[in-house]
Write a protein that binds this ligand. Sequence first.
Ligand code: B12
Ligand code: SF4
Length: 478
Amino acid sequence: MSKVLLVNPPFYRLLQSHYNANSLGIAYVASYLNSKGHDAWLYNADFLNTKVFLNQKNLFKRFDDYKTFFKDENHKIWNEVIDKIIAFEPEWIGYTSYTANITAIEIISRKLKSLRPAIKQVIGGVHATLDPEILNKVPSLDYSIQREGEHAMFDLLDGKDPKNISGVVSRGPSGLINNWDADVIPDIDKLPFPERDKFWGLTEEEKLMVDVSYICSIRGCPYRCNYCASPEHWKRNKTQYRSPKSLVNEMRYLKENYWNRKKEFDYSASANTKSKNELIIEDNSTVYFVDDIFTVHKERIKEILQRIIDENFGMKWKCEARTDHLDEEICQLMAKAGCIRVKIGFESGSDRILKMIQKDETTEDMRKGAKLLKDAGVPFTGYFMIGFPEETDDDVRQTIKFAKEIDADYYSLSVLAPYFGTKVYYDMIDAGFELDKKPWEYFFHQTGDLMVNKNISEEVLKEYLSLNELNNNRKGYV
Ligand code: B12
Ligand code: SF4
């Protein structure tokens, strides 16, 4: 049996907020290891024992402060994280990586290596998958795992030769040894539910402040949008779906084991609410289906929704969807089953741009889908993005008009951030475009600072961002 600590590195804390929900990637790896006899715990270094969150606007204003943390490696946040890790006395440590937290992982793992060189350090998750060279860039890490981590991490702990484990990158005498992607786990129904109890460093009282109501029912997405990391992060031609029965069983498990805990706030709302009062919710919590497209298979989703209705859970939930996977029956079932918000990436009101970004959806599909949701009374958030290469003022004007027309319950307005590992990122590099920031600095949304498209005028950018004012009279972010 090995002692393992799985870490969600600080991110929102560096923006002077915090994030108290359970990180599902490491929670799945932990529960799998625990089911095999190991002692794996979760450490969310982004957790704070406070109910005060920053609103989204203020969060984005803290970017300069955020960068200063990386220049001050003796800052108390880093020392606090190291102390918590050392107090656990792990034999293995595993970090979940996003491009946005890779610099934090570099600092923490380097400090830890100098203090406790015997601890084996592993990196997994999105960034580790997108960057096969990560061990060369962060020498304090011992292994990197690409794609799903359950089996590969177990095999490492089990003492198997890393050279023979699918998904593992290790070091050899003449450089990195890369076994490429971990084999896709075919029957994800069989995986144990993610860990929801073993939170390192939290008191029993603090554990009640962790939102454990995230559920993942699909691994991957069959689409190929050029600005999105999903097509590289998962294998899109091997997207895996849990059965409706398994998903509903997890909801029941949540209800029976966690929903009876009195919670005054929805901690998953994190930094995105306008005021403290808006965090108060009537029920214990809201289930968040983190699937890329919860509604992707019509028959599957209808069965899920009908089962949720039949169970009469009384649980509210939110999800992400595409308009072209909706119909009248689905939208009505969603309303009946307790859906309080659907998040939809419309992105653009210009069919030319939708084609260019490989959205595989038209404004006509989107108009229809938005109307179906409206008619059924299901609130939706509209995500929009401008700043794609070759986009013009005219395209942006079409987006502004279209956004108003679909009449979303909340608007999330972004300027393209060419995320590391996405198609648009590599297309821009191949076209000779010189990105002026480090990859982790491009995680930012909603600021004109990110604009990589120099054709779009200041005036039109401003007009687009002013769509934000529509949010003043609406239900708000959920
Ligand atoms: C829920 C979610 C969030 C939540 C929760 C994050 C959290 N800490 O848990 C919130 C809303 C806070 C969030 C924030 C952000 N997110 Co987000 N998020 C997601 C989402 C929708 C689901 C994540 C999830 O739970 N997946 C299900 C689990 C089971 O999968 P997984 O995490 O990948 O884990 C598996 C493997 O990756 C691996 N693994 C993961 N960690 C580890 C660790 C070890 C040691 C090992 C061995 C294996 C391993 O094994 C797991 C099980 O097989 C994904 C998209 C997606 N569908 O995955 C985007 C996604 C991860 N987010 C993304 C982005 C960009 C962000 C933000 C930067 C957004 C922003 N502009 O602010 C921030 C960054 C936050 C941070 N801490 O750095 C991108 C990441 C792209 C990139 N290059 O990094 C994604 C991929 C969306 C996309 N398609 O582009 N996000
Ligand atoms: S549909 Fe959504 S998750 Fe899938 S590739 Fe497009 S943006 Fe990414």
